[in-house]
Design a protein around this ligand. Structure first.
Ligand SMILES: Cc1cc2nc3c(=O)[nH]c(=O)nc-3n(C[C@H](O)[C@H](O)[C@H](O)COP(=O)(O)OP(=O)(O)OC[C@H]3O[C@@H](n4cnc5c(N)ncnc54)[C@H](O)[C@@H]3O)c2cc1C
Length: 404
């Protein structure tokens, strides 16, 4: 690809903004840079939406990724409150919701993901999902009314919402379809340790619990579970995962499969890149394709996309990474490294599950593929190089012993 003169970025959040900054900064890109975002707000950060903002500890302005004048200083053609409707790859144009078409030489797709909703649920007041700052402010206002809260889904976001609501003294039920919270991504043992923490704090944690329906009049009144039991609730927050925002790319010719499919350099087509929650790419560290919904992944991918997009032919580099994610619940800091899966073997490497201060390692085919900690972040980070180098388990145990 010749060097681009016009770059369009779709998605004006963490990935979109940080890529624009990398292009203007280190990339020294001085051409036209259009940043298109469906939300009307200046780019803001999402992790506080289920933590400090929801708890009322922060005001909305504190979630901004950068002050607006710094964003304006990038000299962008900034289109906020405007949705990309479709992509014409041949004409190299993005059609916008306002009817305009934006031409580009290179395109960056950073449209993230949107919450999944429960099937067959009526549209009742009091049922929420949490992805945007507006969602968070709506739930925060609802929490202030002192409702009975039901959270459906005990992944990180659901569990964080439960922790915030319970810390505010509310009656909270946390409903999880799997045998334990996080069972899919962290294993049942770790999930049970997390469930025990929430129970100690007074949350009614129901596992193996499938939602059969949600009932009410105008407002939600109860959640009905598949075993026939009910959970009374005036506020229901559904946190059952997200789906990548690829609807606008249907029919564009790009390969879409639970995300925009990219090669190891994050390229989806010549001059077209994707990053962040919407990107499915081949990660050489794990020798597999993956899509990651973590904050630091977005930061690292945005730098790599800026570099690869402006690189000389043949100079684009693969994005090889060990994913990292954190979650804060009560006084617990959870951090996870790597790419653990439900059927990996889990072994405690430091501390104990009962004390809720531990590091576990995840073993697949005799090598370490991940680690997770409750409140022992330094010990966990020492395993990053071992995961990166696909270290055999015996050497992992030696490392654990040396660290103890
Ligand atoms: C409540 C919450 C808490 C989180 N907490 C943590 C945490 O503690 N730790 C962690 O590691 N990660 C956390 N995350 C995940 C992290 O925030 C995401 O990985 C990150 O926001 C992804 O950035 P992104 O730019 O890829 O996508 P997004 O942040 O989803 O941004 C995509 C943007 O694109 C816009 N868009 C979508 N479609 C279109 C279109 N067709 N046209 C124009 N614009 C469009 C969207 O409106 C959105 O503004 C959390 C996420 C949420 C929601």
């Amino acid at each position: 690809m010749p060097h681009p003169e016009r770059i369009a970025i779709v998605g004006a959040s963490l990935g979109g903004l940080r890529t624009a900054q990398a292009l203007r900064g280190r990339g020294k890109f001085e051409g036209t840079l259009t940043l298109i975002g469906a939300e009307p707000h200046y780019p803001y950060d999402r992790p506080p939406l289920s933590k400090q903002l929801l708890a009322g500890e922060w005001g909305p302005e504190k979630t901004l990724l950068d002050p607006p004048d710094r964003v304006d200083g990038l000299g962008l053609d900034l289109r906020l409150g405007v949705r990309a409707e479709s992509l014409d790859l041949e004409a190299r144009e993005v059609a916008l919701s306002e009817g305009e078409r934006v031409g580009f030489d290179s395109l960056i797709i950073a449209t993230g993901a949107a919450p999944r909703t429960l099937p067959n649920t009526p549209e009742l007041a009091g049922i929420h999902t949490l992805r945007t700052i507006d969602d968070s402010m709506r739930i925060r206002a609802a929490l202030a009314e002192g409702p009975k809260v039901a959270v459906v889904g005990a992944g990180f976001i659901g569990a964080e919402v439960a922790a915030v609501a319970r810390s505010a003294g509310l009656e909270v039920t946390l409903i999880e379809a799997l045998p334990a919270p996080l069972a899919q991504s962290a294993g049942v043992e770790v999930g049970e340790a997390l469930a025990a923490l929430h129970r100690d704090r007074g949350v009614d944690v129901r596992c193996d619990a499938l939602v059969a329906g949600i009932e009410g009049g105008e407002r939600v009144e109860r959640v009905v579970l598949a075993d026939g039991s009910t959970v009374d609730a005036d506020l229901v927050v559904v946190g059952i995962g997200v789906a990548p925002e690829t609807g606008w790319l249907e029919g564009s010719g790009l390969e879409l499969r639970d995300g925009v499919v990219c090669d190891a350099t994050l390229a989806a087509a010549p001059g077209v890149y994707a990053l962040g929650d919407v990107c499915r790419w081949y990660n050489p560290v794990f020798d597999e394709e993956m899509r990651v919904e973590h904050w630091t992944n977005v930061i690292h991918q945005s730098r790599q996309v800026a570099r690869n997009l402006l690189a000389e032919p043949g100079e684009a580099r693969p994005f090889a990474s060990v994913p990292y994610v954190w979650s804060d619940q009560y006084d617990l800091s959870i951090q996870s490294l790597g790419h653990p899966k439900a059927d990996d073997e889990v072994e405690v490497l430091h501390g104990s599950l009962e004390s809720r201060e531990f590091v576990v390692g995840y073993r697949r085919n005799g090598i370490i593929v991940g680690g997770l900690t409750f409140n022992m972040p330094q010990q966990l980070s020492s395993y990053r190089p071992l995961i990166e180098q696909r270290t055999p388990w015996e050497a992992v145990l030696e490392h654990a012993q040396a660290m103890s």
